[in-house]
Design a protein around this ligand. Structure first.
Ligand SMILES: [Zn+2]
Length: 253
């Protein structure tokens, strides 16, 4: 069965933004891969960056296991992700390990620069991972072609100027909200931190609030929104709607 890759900057980004859609694709037999660029090193006020990275990557493996997904840590570091040759190479490596049919990643504009850099790195790797002379010293075989690329919604559902993104697809995830919540709850170090500071379970509540807000766009209880990359050189058929049928609503073509 074809492979699907969701590539985020930090542990828990994929869970917040597209784990419901991944759960639906897993239920339909697709092989799911979750990758993170950085190790979540900034995600603790008490543990060292090495200790919290170990903990957060273990949490991410547990989350991926919930839907039988494979997990990849690309090797980067929180706050240091940039569009440079080293990061481009580690991104090609993940693309070539997976050779995905569909890729999900951050939108080009988001609240945090790490997210925007990953968006650019993944977009670039989708296009160049099939090219034999790109990083030709690598032992990895090139990918079989440019995959379908979808950007998930921005964190907080608005761009850096406070505007909603121009979504192309909204996926009804109402039937898998329990799985999405279980996956996010695996990231206990982040959930506990927020719970301690906010005195409420802000981590889970924020996810539910965003899923419900996106659900209202298509009059369903909960949803995840996406923008398909429709530029030159990338496949433009709406494969998400083809696979998920009436669970995926196309807002524009
Ligand atoms: Zn992040």
């Amino acid at each position: 069965m074809a492979r699907i890759l969701a590539f985020g900057a930090h542990p828990d980004d994929v869970e917040f933004q597209c784990s419901g859609t991944l759960a639906l694709l897993a239920q339909r037999g697709y092989e799911i891969h979750i990758a993170v660029m950085a190790g979540g090193e900034y995600g603790s006020a008490t543990l060292s960056e090495y200790e919290i990275r170990r903990k957060r990557l273990a949490e991410n493996v547990e989350s991926a296991n919930t839907i039988g997904a494979h997990f990849h840590y690309a090797g980067g570091h929180d706050g240091e992700i940039q569009y440079d040759p080293w990061y481009r190479k580690i991104t090609y490596r993940v693309l070539r390990e997976v050779d995905p049919l569909i890729v999900f990643t951050h939108p080009p504009t988001d609240y945090m620069v790490d997210h925007e850099e990953v968006s650019k790195l993944v977009r670039n790797a989708c296009f160049l991972a099939p090219v034999p002379n790109c990083d030709s010293q690598s032992s990895h075989a090139v990918t079989s072609g440019t995959p379908y690329l979808y950007y998930w919604n921005a964190m907080g559902l608005v761009d850096i100027f406070g505007r909603p993104l121009s979504l192309t697809d909204v996926v009804d995830i109402s039937s898998v909200m329990d799985i999405k919540e279980r996956m996010l709850a695996c990231h206990a170090s982040q959930r506990d931190w927020l719970r301690h500071h906010h005195k409420i379970d802000a981590y889970i509540e924020m996810m539910k609030h965003n899923a419900e807000a996106q659900g209202r766009l298509i009059e369903r209880p909960a949803a995840e929104g996406f923008i398909q990359h429709l530029g030159h050189g990338y496949p433009t058929e709406d494969i998400l709607s083809e696979i998920l049928e009436n669970l995926c609503v196309r807002l524009r073509s």
